[in-house]
Design a binder for this molecule. Sequence first.
Ligand code: KIV
Length: 278
Amino acid sequence: MRDGVENMSAQNDVKKVTLLGLQKHKKLGVKIASLTAYDAGFATVLDNAGVDFILVGDSLGMVVQGRETTIPVTIDEVIYHTQMVVRGTQRAMVMADMPFMSYSSAEDCLNNAARLMKEGGAEIVKLEWGALEIPMVSRLTDCGIPVCAHLGLTPQAIHKFGAYRVQGREDEIARKMIDDARALEEAGADILLLECVPMKLAAEITQNSSVPVIGIGAGPNVDGQILVLYDILDIWPGKRTRFSKNYMAEGGSIQGAIEAYVVEVKEGRFPTAAYSFE
Ligand code: KIV
């Protein structure tokens, strides 16, 4: 199916988004727009709306499965959802999340990342910093597996954090995040993702890094934005985070909402201060 889609892409002259393309975006200051998706239908809508990369996030545990946290999500479930998203995508790059405890040893990390790519069809894997170790990033990189490192609020560690709240307000933690970001990039991370980080800190990390930095609740001065699809579509409204915006109100339809998000990100109009942290 993937081969078929790729051929069709070539026939339709669809320019596939690649890591190289995203790096160019960073150099040229073109904002990167990203969203999560978990199935082929929504993936197609995102793809048509010009989303640059789609994350098959372990947030699927919360928004699709209705669980309280992302912790129960399994590697098989992420593979299943990644396969669906890949089938619905022609242009966007597909990133898949490594779920809780799927990278707790170097061997598991390599095997599970390989499964996401070989069985799922992912083009890049995302791991949450904390459980992730620098040698794992180097090993994945040596094996040709593109890596996104997720810093700041890492939801798989929710029981350690105790609450979903901003990370990096204190000088010492901010300094450590800057050092960690640098070390991850030096080890080969291709993308950094900052969640729930004060905008000044996110801006500093972005200026000092040569790989794209994507923010979620990290303010406007990063290379791109990502949000959870169900939040912008106002599904589960009681659970939407402060940094997510309901685009259904202005978009009027699912397609309209997603297009409005992409336009606002690309034009640097999202996020405003109201959706960021000082
Ligand atoms: O799982 C997910 O959806 C994520 C985003 C919050 C970035 O990691």
